[in-house]
Write a protein that binds this ligand. Structure first.
Ligand code: NAP
Length: 262
């Protein structure tokens, strides 16, 4: 039988902690911000370009009585990431959670048609961004640095195991790097109070598919999916909130596939 002591550490953490969600102006990030606000977290809604979208997410959180703040930063830039985290420190208090959600893809294409500039953009947004943000989060949350612990959730993709042939092998490979980082960092900070996990969404109804040149991609593929439908951002948000919360206190280095069986 367990003693209450065994579980003391995770449950002592502030249930209404501070969570920073990158790229939270729309899609999965926006749904996660709304749910986090509803669950009592103080929420930082990071955005890169669409200030109005981020402001409407903040308004929606506040309309339900939550606390939220929009902060502009391109997560691929070290100085902007540093400013983003410093703003959270000053405005919302000690960070307890990071959701590395910002990510991007480009036009569907075969690998031989992908050039160096595109590769650098894809690596920067999908790999460098999560690394820079995770570093800032660890410096704040690790007990090694005097922090109280916390949780990091990386938004990877089913693409990391499917490879995305004829669409975007570069994006899939970048998500493979996110998976490796999830494992490596989880082990690096496992005894420093920080859990690191990833969700791997399948085909979710968001604007990202338009970036690939096929806004209707989810509906086209849906009949071939096990559940015969794409997913909703809110269904991914539920999994992210589970991995952020003390409900997953013994889960680290894990991957949760939110892909309807795909
Ligand atoms: P989305 O609607 O296109 O949202 C992506 C968000 O990321 C946008 O708000 C975008 O902001 C932001 N972003 C991109 N680069 C950024 C940067 N350098 N700095 C800060 N923010 C940046 O896409 P989504 O579908 O919600 O995607 C969220 C995450 O889920 C991504 O990591 C994506 O790879 C992953 N995912 C999505 C699916 C799916 O089917 N939708 C499946 C698997 C995984 P801007 O508007 O300023 O560019």
């Amino acid at each position: 039988m367990s003693t209450s002591n065994e579980f003391a550490q995770p449950h002592r953490s502030d249930p209404s902690g501070v969570v920073l969600i990158t790229g939270a102006g729309r899609g999965i990030g926006a749904a996660t911000a709304l749910l986090a606000g509803r669950r009592g977290y103080r929420v930082c809604v990071n955005y890169r370009s669409d200030e109005a979208a981020a402001a409407s997410v903040v308004d929606a959180v506040r309309a339900e009585g939550g606390v939220a703040l929009a902060v502009r930063a391109d997560v691929t830039r070290t100085a902007e990431v540093a400013r983003l985290f410093a703003t959270v420190d000053a405005e919302l208090g000690p960070l307890t959670g990071l959701v590395n959600n910002a990510g991007t893809l480009e036009r569907q294409s075969r690998l031989e048609d992908i050039d160096e500039e595109r590769l650098n953009r894809i690596w920067a947004a999908n790999i460098t961004g999560p690394f820079l943000c995770a570093a800032q989060a660890v410096r704040r949350m690790s007990t090694r640095h005097g922090g109280q612990g916390g949780a990091i959730v990386n938004v990877s993709s089913a693409a990391s195991r499917l490879g995305s042939p004829n669409e975007y092998v570069d994006y899939a490979a970048a998500k493979g790097a996110v998976d490796s980082m999830t494992r490596g960092l989880a082990l690096e900070v496992a005894d420093e109070g920080i859990r690191v996990n990833a969700v791997r969404p399948g085909l979710i109804h968001t604007g990202i598919h338009a970036l690939g040149g096929e806004p209707g991609r989810v509906d086209r593929v849906a009949p071939n999916l096990p559940m015969k439908r794409g997913g909703q951002p809110e269904e991914v948000a539920e999994a992210i909130l589970f991995l952020l919360s003390p409900a997953s206190s013994y889960t680290t280095g894990a991957f949760l596939d939110i892909a309807g069986g795909r």
